[in-house]
Design a protein around this ligand. Structure first.
Ligand code: GGG
Length: 357
């Protein structure tokens, strides 16, 4: 039996509550499919660690987790004690850049049983991926402040789009579209207003599309694209976007289908030179943290993506089916958390999904 060593980082806030439920379901899947998952827990990449040590991670964090097969991550951020840009840049963004996890793959799917603001749509009607560039673009931290504290104060920040960075995310997205029945790709741009980087992005899409003649593709400026996400989400299949646009779209998509609490994401290094990282799209949710009411589905679904990444597609699909089975039962018959119309707690929903496996 293959053993997979997984680095587990619960992080902050509701991550401490959702990660144990993810592990509960993954343990059940491992038993059922004969997979050996070894959990190595780490307390860093959290604001608690920062409070004790004055930094988000120890200097040798890379040696400590770099040899693992994957990283299973909860949430980061506790703005009462650590500014959000310090906690994010000291943890998640470091992982993405240092482990070259240049793909952030975020499924958007209308699931059964979830109250949705969309009229006349049923599960299956909305089923697409946001493919977010994950290592450069608007999240490049290149810039500075001048004349601080004076009337001449100037603050500036650059976006960085490299040919390698743009081409590799486009290639991943086109390859994904190639594997899907609709074979449709949408590119998010804003080349009418952002006059240097975004026309470059558009040019690279045109070039890449030449290699994929079987893919129907289109592009939308980000402003109208957000409107289509709300009004016509069923038209999408694979949506490829820069770091910031992808971040926004991958919160908006799941919100349109009902709740971002169920949305998973995979930060992937496709070359497998480094571990990939699996985390829910949601953050640490300080407003509900510690109350035992957070919805663990995003975290559990990440586990399904991780199993698939580790070569256990059947086990991953079974976890997703277990989530759907519980959701299909509805809030009257299954322990739904309050964000999806129930009164149950995090552990109740996690347990029900593990049992449904
Ligand atoms: N689930 C991971 C988490 O806590 N994400 C919070 C966040 O702000 N992420 C920003 C990003 O994905 O770039």
């Amino acid at each position: 039996m293959t053993t997979h060593r997984i680095a587990v980082i619960a992080g902050d806030g509701i991550g401490k509550e959702t990660v144990p439920e993810g592990l509960r379901v993954l343990d059940a899947a491992a038993r059922k499919f004969g997979i050996n998952l070894q959990w190595d827990h780490f307390d860093f990449a959290s604001c608690d660690y920062y409070e004790k040590h004055g930094q988000m991670m120890p200097d040798n964090w890379k040696e400590q987790i770099g040899g693992h097969d994957a990283i299973y991550f909860g949430a980061v951020g506790w703005p009462d004690t650590v500014p959000d840009h310090v906690s994010l840049w000291g943890s998640l963004l470091k992982f993405r850049r240092e482990f070259d996890q240049y793909v952030n793959l975020r499924p958007v799917r209308l699931m059964p049983g979830i109250p949705t603001p969309l009229a006349n749509r049923k599960p299956g009607d909305i089923d697409f991926y946001v493919v977010r560039e994950n290592t450069e673009g608007e999240y490049s931290s290149v810039g500075g402040r001048m004349y601080e504290g004076t009337e001449r104060e100037v603050v500036f920040q650059e976006s960085v789009f490299s040919r390698k960075g743009v081409d590799r995310i486009l290639k991943f997205a086109f390859e994904l579209a190639q594997k899907r029945p609709k074979k449709h790709l949408t590119s998010a741009t804003k080349s009418n207003g952002i006059s240097i980087t975004m026309p470059y992005w558009d040019e690279r899409v045109v070039e890449m599309a030449k290699q994929y003649p079987g893919i129907r593709w289109d592009k939308y400026h980000i402003d109208i694209l957000t409107a289509h996400f709300v009004q016509n989400p069923d038209r999408f299949d694979v949506v490829v976007a820069s770091n910031l646009f992808g971040d926004i779209l991958s919160d908006l998509g799941p919100a349109c289908t009902g709740t971002i609490a169920i949305a998973p994401s995979a930060n992937i290094n496709p070359e497998r030179a480094f571990p990939s990282l699996f985390e829910p799209v949601h953050g640490s949710a300080p407003d509900i943290a510690g109350k035992g009411v957070a919805n663990p589905i995003g975290q559990i679904w990440c586990g399904a993506m991780m199993l698939e990444h580790l070569g256990h597609a059947e086990a991953g699909a079974a976890v997703l089916r277990a989530i759907e089975k519980v959701l299909e039962a509805g809030p009257a018959n299954a322990p739904f958390t309050r964000d999806i119309g129930g009164k149950a707690g995090t552990q109740d929903l996690g347990r029900a999904i593990a049992e449904a496996l």
